[in-house]
Design a protein around this ligand. Structure first.
Ligand SMILES: N[C@@H](CCC[C@H](N)C(=O)O)C(=O)O
Length: 324
């Protein structure tokens, strides 16, 4: 029952390889039960993390939802133009399932993809510095930019194509691009735009942002009736045409120090609204990511991954209820 802990700008994940957890991988859902995910991710009762990266899994099960809450469906991000993906490999690319600390399953994670890519590369599970990873939110193309022993790695991920179309995000109401709409939450009115990069995002531009703002209004917006599958929320401050700041409330995880898909969605929305150019540095409490939006709305993200620890989950944790 080994685990590998990494962080990407303070957004921390545990990689659990299904080959170490045969009982769960052979179960009906083929993944850890939701109560085990909640316990393992718990900061006091468990190992502690912003989520679990479950893989590599066979590609077919990488797009199957057994999650109790988020209702994962096939993602909307288009295959990365540059990837060529599976076509370049004789074996299908490794697939990844992503679980939030509340036990729900997410379609995609930008930081999770960089972390899982490093795990695959340093365990000899992929060849070379360019490879694909499949998620329920679409394929991603990885490029290892810098690898050095005992230091954080740097990688670039082709995240796929962003969409602002309401049915694909999803956002309730008539079919439309969700740009600059009004939302009332927690007694306040905001203007928001919504996007999917494989998972759903609500971006709220404001002149000033703070952690308190994200913690106060994030949970109300995450579960707003406009968003039938809940939503990740970014409060965004545009600094200039090449820099934005975001504070994040993640669906199923709460306040986090960084998020890759949030960075992608915020950069794409800011670009779509004409507020920034195509290359954007996204500043978050945990650090910065470099985002790029291509003319056909393909997104690329570059940033670091740091290995934290590896170890073994004790049998006590397998048996204990979440409030033990
Ligand atoms: N931290 C992630 C996003 C993880 C998934 C998200 N909470 C969801 O439910 O969609 C990232 O780096 O993108």
């Amino acid at each position: 029952m080994r685990f590998y802990k990494y962080h990407a700008l303070g957004n921390d994940y545990l990689v659990l390889d299904p080959s170490d957890y045969r009982e769960w991988s052979r179960s009906a859902g083929g993944a850890p039960p939701a109560e085990q995910i909640r316990l393992i991710c718990h900061r006091h009762y468990g190992v502690g993390s912003d989520g679990i990266l479950w893989g590599p899994v066979p590609q077919a099960t990488g797009t199957t939802s057994t999650a109790p809450t988020s209702g994962v469906r096939n993602g909307t991000a288009a295959p990365d133009r540059a990837s060529g993906g599976a076509a370049h490999h004789s074996a299908p690319p490794p697939a990844l399932r992503i679980f939030n600390p509340d036990g729900s399953e997410a379609e995609k994670s930008g930081n999770g993809l960089r972390i899982f890519a490093r795990y695959l590369a340093e365990h000899g599970l992929v060849q070379g510095d360019r490879f694909s990873i499949h998620t329920a939110g679409g394929p991603a193309q990885v490029e290892v930019l810098e690898r050095s022993a005992g230091r954080p790695w740097r990688m670039r991920i082709g995240m796929g194509r962003v969409t602002f179309d309401s049915p694909q995000i999803p956002v309730a109401g008539p079919s439309r691009e969700v740009l600059g709409e009004a939302i009332a939450a927690g007694g306040r009115h905001f203007s928001f735009s919504a996007a999917s990069v494989g998972n759903p995002h609500c971006v709220i531009p404001l002149p000033e942002i703070s952690e308190e703002l994200a913690r106060q209004y994030g949970p109300v917006i995450e579960t707003h009736p406009l968003f039938p599958q809940r939503i990740n929320v970014q409060f965004m401050q545009v600094i200039d045409r090449a820099n934005i700041r975001i504070e994040i409330w993640e669906r199923g995880a709460g306040y986090t120090l960084a998020s890759g898909t949030s960075s992608s969605a915020a950069a794409a929305v800011a670009h779509r609204l004409g507020l920034v150019d195509a290359q954007v540095t996204v500043h978050m409490p945990g650090g910065t990511l470099e985002a790029e939006v291509s003319p056909d709305w393909q997104l690329t993200l570059s940033g670091t991954v740091t290995k934290v620890a590896e170890g073994t989950i004790a049998p006590d944790l397998r048996a204990a209820p979440a409030n033990a």
